[in-house]
Design a protein around this ligand. Sequence first.
Ligand code: Z5A
Length: 208
Amino acid sequence: MNRGRFITLEGGEGAGKTTAAEVVERWLQEQGRHVIRTREPGGTPAAEKVRALLLDPATGELEPMTELLMMFAARAENLARIIRPALAAGQDVLCDRFSDASRAYQGGGRRLGIQVVNRLAGLVHPDLQPDLTLLLDVPVAVGMARVAERGGDTDRFEQARSDFLERVRAAYLTQASLEPERIVVIDAGQSLDRVRDRITAVLSERLG
Ligand code: Z5A
């Protein structure tokens, strides 16, 4: 049996990953594919507990390396229990964030550097990379305004300062420039309809 396709969604705060995930899932289903959706950090009961700890503002400041290791601990669980079994069964996996988020947030935002993240990625998933990554790129101020407009409580990352988020965005764009075959940058500052159309066009081009 052919392995399924592994598709990841990335982007900064308020980039619109939730909307993008719906568009991708529907498109794949229309192609007759069985789609498993998951997210990081999270995806399994234990990894969701790690997520809760990571996002809770009450957790307070963590050492950047602690934060990175917790992301990869959750990722190892998600890979072993959700992602790898689904791919092996021929199902497509759509994951809301993956190791590019660690490159951007911990490597760039927390200044650990990309090499450290790549070493852990090499340890945790040496044989597996996403087949396609959609990077929803939006200026930091626009994304922050959207999150503010959406309302509700903010998590530990959404409370970050804009210089941190600028470093996250820069690291994402650097990674995209290093891997243009895998990572497609979507201008997520456009209207929702235009973003949807662009995503559909990219899917047809890359996976059709
Ligand atoms: N993190 C990390 O540091 N390292 C790692 O390795 C991993 C993660 C895996 C949790 O992720 C946090 O973990 C994350 C990075 C860190 N930091 N934060 N925050 P998350 O994915 O759960 O968190 P999130 O990015 O905040 O998810 P989100 O709030 O759901 O964002 P989103 O899905 O991109 O946004 P949205 O809900 O789709 O859109 C936000 C609002 O904007 C909403 O009201 C939309 O209707 C609106 N929107 C979206 N697109 C548009 C357009 N085009 N026009 C107008 N309005 C729009």
